[in-house]
Design a protein around this ligand. Structure first.
Ligand code: 5RP
Length: 234
């Protein structure tokens, strides 16, 4: 990550932390940008005695929240969240997202769906005109269904690959014990169609397209400034 990207991530993290007030229940996203928000939130908890509770979107987010003094709850105890924050890999003009570089997209979507406000934190490089030219779409799959699901992805025009572990032999195993297939498209021209087909495919747990969920996008600039986008660009 360049210094400029790091400054942008810190800026959006601090901005979303400043939107949080005592008594709120939060969705805590996963990834390096969401981590900046957790750090900034931790500072506010320590310095101002802010009282909040958060639902973590991954084991990684859970560990980070504990480290920064953010109290944790669950969707069983707190099914209605005031605000969820999370990063994204790509954001299109309609606020449709690709998420899941950290393989946390299933829990991230469950949590975001329960939040009144879903605030997406990105730097300028993540803003695209059309999704899926640079980043693959992560699809979480029940291991026994991986071959049929890859056939379906090919029929949608994608080149699918099972995501492999970096410091582990074999496939990445998600927090739910599933595998992740990364599907590289030559652009996703119709996200609704891809969403419909995937959600009707047995063995697909969920995927990284987030359609109609983001309520606000905070775009961090290289100068450390933050652009607040309240509604889709088109
Ligand atoms: C994890 C995610 C992340 O939020 C997304 O990949 C962005 O990560 P980063 O902020 O590190 O660029 O979806 O599953």
């Amino acid at each position: 990550m360049s210094d400029l990207q790091a400054a942008a991530k810190k800026a959006v993290g601090e901005h979303v932390a400043s939107m949080i007030s005592s008594g709120m229940t939060l969705g805590i996203g996963t990834g390096s940008t969401a981590a900046k928000a957790v750090e900034a939130l931790g500072r506010r908890i320590q310095q101002e005695g802010l009282q909040v509770q958060g639902v973590a979107t991954s084991f990684a987010a859970e560990r980070l929240a504990r480290q920064h003094g953010v109290s944790l709850t669950t969707l069983d105890e707190s099914p209605d969240l005031d605000l969820a924050f999370d990063g994204a890999d790509e954001v299109d003009p309609y606020f449709t997202l690709i998420k899941g570089r950290g393989a946390a997209q299933t829990r991230e979507k469950i949590v975001a769906a329960r939040a009144k406000q879903f605030v997406v934190l990105v730097d300028e490089s993540k803003m695209v005109d059309e999704l899926g030219h640079r980043m693959p779409l992560p699809v979480e799959v029940v291991p026994m269904a991986v071959t049929p699901v890859m056939h379906v992805l090919r029929s949608l025009g994608a080149a699918p690959e099972i995501r492999m572990g970096m410091k582990k032999d074999g496939p990445v195993v998600s927090d739910q014990g599933m595998w992740v297939v990364d599907a590289m498209f030559d652009g996703i021209t119709n996200p609704d169609h891809v969403n419909d087909v995937l959600l009707k495919t047995p063995g697909v747990v969920d995927h990284g397209l987030f359609i109609g969920m983001a309520t606000q996008v905070l775009v961090g600039g290289a100068d450390g400034g933050v652009q607040v986008l309240d509604k889709p660009r088109v």
